[in-house]
Ligand binder design. Structure first.
Ligand SMILES: CC(C)(COP(=O)(O)OP(=O)(O)OC[C@H]1O[C@@H](n2cnc3c(N)ncnc32)[C@H](O)[C@@H]1OP(=O)(O)O)[C@@H](O)C(=O)NCCC(=O)NCCS
Length: 179
């Protein structure tokens, strides 16, 4: 499966849709919630991702992009606006049977395009798979660069005192103030 940069159209909400080699990438809708919960929470049960409730996913459904093969959800990822100039990539997950086939790249490309379309200067993530993000042009940064993050999410995380995630960051513009 090719991993070249997609020329994604600029379309709003559920109109956003791109097809590549029988895969469809589009913004998520409420109908995707059961499959999203299943995918995310199966990884959460292994301690790889933060668990999400139906309420949290409903509240943030507009952040999510999904990849489908027919009616099967292969992957998801969310772009959560963090400041007027930066966004966080969250809840990135590819179904076990679809891993290592470019779905993760497909999702990051779509989320990055969405960030650019929304005039963001930078995107970042907290992750256990820093090497995956490095391949996509992200660099590891000191988590102290993202101070507000602590108050937004980390306080409620069970790993707050012993966090082993890495912060990765990608500049989307040459602006000096990315946050
Ligand atoms: C991490 C994850 C999203 C990657 O998705 P994927 O569809 O398997 O990745 P891709 O096939 O698009 O891989 C793209 C590149 O990253 C590499 N890669 C994939 N997973 C990797 C990993 N865990 N560690 C290091 N590199 C990885 C691939 O080898 C590939 O490189 P190549 O083109 O040189 O071969 C997927 O493994 C996953 O859902 N993991 C469990 C949940 C998770 O950890 N989410 C991240 C939370 S931030």
């Amino acid at each position: 499966m090719p991993s070249s940069t997609l020329d994604l159209p600029i379309l709003a909400g559920s109109e956003f849709r791109v097809v590549r080699e029988n895969l469809t990438v589009r913004k998520a809708g409420m109908r995707d919630i059961p499959a999203l919960l299943q995918l995310i929470n199966s990884y959460a049960a292994q301690g790889i991702m933060l668990p999400r409730t139906e309420f949290e996913i409903s509240e943030n459904i507009r952040d999510f992009t999904v990849v489908y093969a027919g009616s099967q959800l292969l992957g998801c990822g969310a772009l959560h606006f963090y400041s007027p100039t930066s966004g966080e990539i969250r809840s990135l997950a590819v179904a076990p049977e679809a891993k290592r086939q470019g779905v993760g790249v497909f999702l990051i490309e779509a989320l990055e395009k969405e960030a650019i379309n929304n005039d963001l200067h930078a995107i970042f993530a907290f992750t256990y798979v820093a090497n995956f993000f490095r391949k996509l042009g992200f660099q590891e940064v000191d988590r102290g660069l993202l101070p507000l993050k602590v108050w937004k999410d980390c306080l409620s995380c069970p790993k707050f005192q012993c966090c082993d995630e890495v912060a990765v960051f990608k500049a989307l513009s040459p602006m000096r103030h990315h946050f």
